[in-house]
Design a protein around this ligand. Sequence first.
Ligand SMILES: Cc1cc2nc3c(=O)[nH]c(=O)nc-3n(C[C@H](O)[C@H](O)[C@H](O)COP(=O)(O)OP(=O)(O)OC[C@H]3O[C@@H](n4cnc5c(N)ncnc54)[C@H](O)[C@@H]3O)c2cc1C
Length: 587
Amino acid sequence: MTLIRKNFDVLIIGAGGAGLNAAVQLAGADLRVAVVSKVFPTRSHTVAAQGGVNAALGNVDEDKWHWHMFDTVKGSDYLGDQDAIEFMCREAIPTVYELEHNGVPFSRLDNGRIYQRPFGGQSRHFGKEQATRTCAAADRTGHAILHTLYQQNLKARSHFFTEYFAIDLLQDQEGGVTGALVMDISSGEPMVLNARATLLATGGCGQVFRTTSNAHINTGDGMAMALRAGVPLQDMEFFQFHPTGVAGRGMLITEASRGEGGYLINKEGERFMERYAPSAKDLASRDVVARAIVTEVREGRGCGPNGDHVLLKVDHLGEETVARRLPGIRETSKIFVGIDPAFEPIPVYPTAHYVMGGIPSDRFGRVVAPARHGPEEVVPGLYAAGECACVSVHGANRLGGNSLLDILVFGRLSGLDILDYLEEHPRHGQTDSASEEKAMARFQRFDREGDGIPVAELRAELQKVMEDHAGVFRTEEIMQEGLDRMRSIRDRLDEVRLKDRSRTFNTARVEAFELENLVDVGLSIVTSALHRQESRGAHSRPDFPERDDRNWMRHSLYFLEDDRLDYKPVRTRPLSVDSFPPKERVY
Ligand SMILES: Cc1cc2nc3c(=O)[nH]c(=O)nc-3n(C[C@H](O)[C@H](O)[C@H](O)COP(=O)(O)OP(=O)(O)OC[C@H]3O[C@@H](n4cnc5c(N)ncnc54)[C@H](O)[C@@H]3O)c2cc1C
């Protein structure tokens, strides 16, 4: 087999909001930019984002980035890095205006300004009253943003490798990244893409759980590639369960439905959030609402014949508001539960939604990792942005509307920093032959045929183990069993076989690669979770119910080698304002 090789200045893996916004920044420069995506760019998960993007524009009520910053630090349960959070909240305002100028069709207020809606965990005057900060295009904000960014890239003539699957990163002898090995999904041929700078923008990993709001493609590929290249994953124990997934199915019913005035009830018809969060009620932070729902169900106040969900009411808002502000969730409810939310409540239950952790990066998108037992360093040539990265702005819990913001702000900054990096590094690095051989071996890993374990079977087992052993509430015993079962799944990867290779589609090979990535990412989640002996944000342990700032206000780092964990301090010093010291988190 002759291996095709191509040279680019920049390789961007991922064509969601993060990857495409980075690519747009590079458009003006005279550079060869390759954007690789395993699906058509506008099918990236960003397209599914519903509720909106936060920016303190103050179009409805007075607002300040400083209040947005406070909410984000508090929402993160004080685990977010305050320098990065300040930066993001300040940048939010020009970022949204830039999107508007590039053509994103935001919904409008009567005075013509961008429409903003209330969202969970958002306040004015440092926690005193609800803010109206989330900029929206109905409940299809991600769709509007992704299509606009794709069009900007077409105009800029970015070079797309659509339906190419990235297998592994390539490295020089010192560990610097020199590009990636990819597979053309249509032909099954491998190809080496050399680049002076490589950006991972591969999105999240919700598919490690059985019930998830995430698309089939969100399998944590970039995170697993980073792990295999010796880079640790940061804060992986923090996984967000969105309170309102369609019960039993997992599709998302956006928080905007509560932002617009919807609320949750149990089987007694009680508006139970009043008990858990007396002032913010249904607009408390997501971790708080998800735990409340699970508790209601466990204590026997769930709805339906099996008492296994609660109900979300929006019917009191009137058909006109539902049609205008929430058309997407109306459609989802009609299709998947046969219910029109304008007239009936929607059965909901928490669903795996968002990974707060990821590839450790700074606010310029540069990947920073400690060498084994050494100090933290920038990995030459490697960037990460978007959901696959951990800057960290979300800490232990992300606020709704802050992820679209994260991908746009840090996607943009990565693009700009890459321009500087390329000036200082005019030549391509020399890929180490051992690194290329390792990537090729992985490419051929699932070429064995015959009777063995089918991919789908092992994936289903993995998703069930993760759901049962790393869910909303976690104890030592439950997680230890989860870890043992995940390790047994990893051992059985060697027995995975694709039946009759000559008649298998390449998509089946892709699913095998994805399974291997899910195993690595799943192990990073359970291992990090088992060791963190406290409850903070989305990580909730009945056996350690309190937050423990003295021992645990630190980021975890999981290394693939030996399933090793390390820790590093939280950056509590903002850029220009005073630090927000940790306080008890009440809503
Ligand atoms: C249903 C839903 C609703 C949401 N609503 C909101 C919201 O209202 N507000 C908000 O702030 N956030 C929301 N979020 C979260 C937010 O949308 C995501 O975190 C964000 O869009 C992720 O963007 P990204 O660019 O990092 O990745 P994605 O958009 O997921 O893109 C990943 C890209 O990487 C590519 N890729 C991955 N692996 C490979 C590989 N091996 N080879 C080649 N290409 C690869 C994919 O093809 C894709 O192009 C929502 C999420 C979901 C699931």
